[in-house]
Structures are given as structure tokens and as C-alpha cells.
Design a protein around this ligand. Structure first.
Ligand code: COA
Length: 258
């Protein structure tokens, strides 16, 4: 599982994906996006992997955005393809991935880098991280789902302020607005991500997959549709062997082993 611009590592039930272009602040070029897609497809086939932790190599950046040098000469039709393909291969792909993905934000998460983190299920950042959308300073807007995902997570007012001002916020502010759920010291970031992953691993993988699906529906469908989908997935859990396992462990005063 070794890709040059993306390093992958496995430790027990956790897969680690490391964005590995430190000399370019892990800027997301097309080849790196392809490698993320490939790695996730491999991981999806491996039932033993339960959680993915995505982070950046180096001390400076999670990812400082899409690779500006790749699109600087683009016209609108090429930009449309870039946005649509990027969403299909990585950003929407991660949001709808069957296993939980944790973004461990170890430095700059700007533009596409922040969009990548926003696609993940959970975000944790170290105290040296800076997050923001500089696109408007380049004459454009986020194109990998950042506009609506940021608004969903932090609310429209703060999303508009961040995108219109291009201001970078630190981890403390990100925690206050709910953009991240934990703030750690620089050298404790992965430890915290692993701790959260291990808490997830204690519970039913089928429940995790179902919950992610339904939570994602909440931004896309009406409340009525979400209600129907939730009831459907909820009821289907009752026919799954993990439900029997979880309930019988509880009744026998034991911990279930999922
Ligand atoms: N695309 C392509 N290359 C990038 C990049 C990006 N998004 N972000 C950083 N890099 C490259 C720089 O070009 C530079 O490469 P070089 O040494 O070959 O010139 C290297 O990474 C280091 O960046 P540099 O700007 O020299 O570091 P810095 O510490 O002065 O500033 C940032 C760091 C992140 C603030 C700055 O690089 C930056 O603003 N990057 C662009 C962020 C952005 O606009 N992202 C949204 C893109 S849509």
C-alpha cells in the first residue's frame, strides 16, 4: 500500500493516509487526488480496517489547497471538469465512504485542503493549524464542496465571513465555531485521532456505516425523507448479526466484541 505522493500505513484496525508533498505544503494535485481515491478503494475492500485517519506529512501543512500551478491557465470548461472529477473521486467519495474518516489537521488546511477536511466525518486539529478559504483572493470560490459543507458545519453567517474575507482561523477559533471537535498539542494530534478511532471501533461497524449515511442525508433531503430513511436503516439494524451481538452482550453484562 505505498503510493509516492500518498503514504499509507496500517496499524491494527486503523488505516493512516499521509498526504506526502511537503515541499508543496501537500497541495492537492490531480495525481494525489487519484492516489487518495485508489487507496480508499483498496481500504473499502478490507473488512478488517474500521477507521481511516487522514493527515499531512511534515510540520507545516495538512494541505495548502488545490495545486494552483495546475489550474492557473484553466478556462471555465476545464475548471468545471476539475471540480466535478475532484468531488467524484475524493471529496464526495470520502463524505459517503462506508467507514469513518478522521481528518488530523497538522498545519495549514487552506482551500481544497480545508475542503478535504470538511469531507471527513470528524476533524481534529493541532494547535499550530490554520484553516481558511483563500479562493476569493485568487478571484474564485471553493469548488470541491467547501461552500455548502462549511455552511452546514458552522452555519451560513460564519461560512460567508470566512469565504468572503479569506481570513485564516486558528484551532482555538475553529473549536469554538464547531469546525473541529478537538484541539491538541502538536505532538499529540495523532494520538488523539487514534483515541477517537478506538472509541469508534468499540461499536458496531454496521451502525457506523448506517449513521454516516443518514447524517449525510440530513443536508440533502427534506426532514420527511430523512425521517423515512432513518426508520428504514434503524429497522434494518435489527436483522443484522451485530445487533444480536450488541444486545446479548448487554443482557449478559459483557462488552460486545465487534
Ligand atoms: N498550490 C501550489 N503550490 C503551493 C500551494 C498551492 N495551493 N501552497 C503552497 N505551495 C507551494 C509554494 O508555491 C512553495 O513552492 P516553491 O518553494 O516551489 O515556490 C511551497 O509550497 C511553500 O510555500 P510558500 O508560499 O513559499 O510558504 P509560506 O510559508 O511563505 O506560505 C502558505 C505558506 C500556505 C500561506 C502559502 O503557500 C499560500 O498562501 N499557499 C496558497 C494557499 C491557497 O491559496 N490555497 C487555495 C488554493 S485554491
Amino acid at each position: 500500500m505505498e503510493h509516492e505522493e500518498l503514504l499509507t500505513k496500517r496499524k491494527g484496525k486503523i488505516a493512516f493516509l499521509y498526504l506526502n508533498r511537503p515541499e508543496k505544503f501537500n497541495a492537492l494535485n490531480i495525481s494525489l487526488l487519484d492516489k487518495i481515491n485508489l487507496a480508499l478503494k483498496e481500504i473499502s475492500k478490507d473488512d478488517k480496517i474500521r477507521v481511516i485517519i487522514l493527515t499531512g506529512i511534515g510540520e507545516k501543512a495538512f494541505a495548502a489547497g488545490a495545486d494552483i500551478s495546475e489550474f492557473s491557465e484553466f478556462k471555465s470548461n476545464e475548471a468545471l471538469g476539475l471540480s466535478k472529477k475532484g468531488k467524484e473521486k475524493v471529496f464526495d467519495f470520502i463524505e459517503d465512504f462506508s467507514k469513518p474518516v478522521i481528518a488530523a489537521i497538522n498545519g495549514y488546511a487552506l482551500g481544497g485542503g480545508l475542503e478535504l477536511a470538511l469531507s471527513c466525518d470528524i476533524r481534529i486539529a493541532s494547535n499550530n493549524a490554520l484553516m481558511g478559504f483563500p479562493e476569493a483572493s485568487l478571484g474564485t470560490i471553493p469548488g470541491y464542496g467547501g461552500t455548502y459543507r462549511l455552511a452546514e458545519i458552522v452555519g451560513k453567517g460564519i461560512a460567508k465571513e470566512m469565504i468572503l474575507t479569506c481570513r485564516k482561523i486558528n484551532s482555538k477559533e475553529a473549536l469554538q465555531i464547531g469546525l473541529i471537535s478537538h484541539l491538541t498539542k502538536k505532538n499529540e494530534l495523532l494520538e488523539k485521532a487514534v483515541q477517537v478511532a478506538n472509541e469508534i471501533i468499540l461499536n458496531s461497524p454496521n451502525a457506523a456505516t448506517s449513521a454516516i449515511k443518514i447524517i449525510n442525508y440530513s443536508g440533502r433531503e427534506s426532514k420527511k425523507t430523512c425521517s423515512e430513511i432513518e426508520s428504514k436503516y434503524f429497522s434494518e439494524c435489527f436483522d443484522h448479526p451485530e445487533f444480536k451481538k450488541g444486545v446479548s452482550a448487554f443482557l449478559n453484562k459483557q462488552k460486545p466484541n465487534f
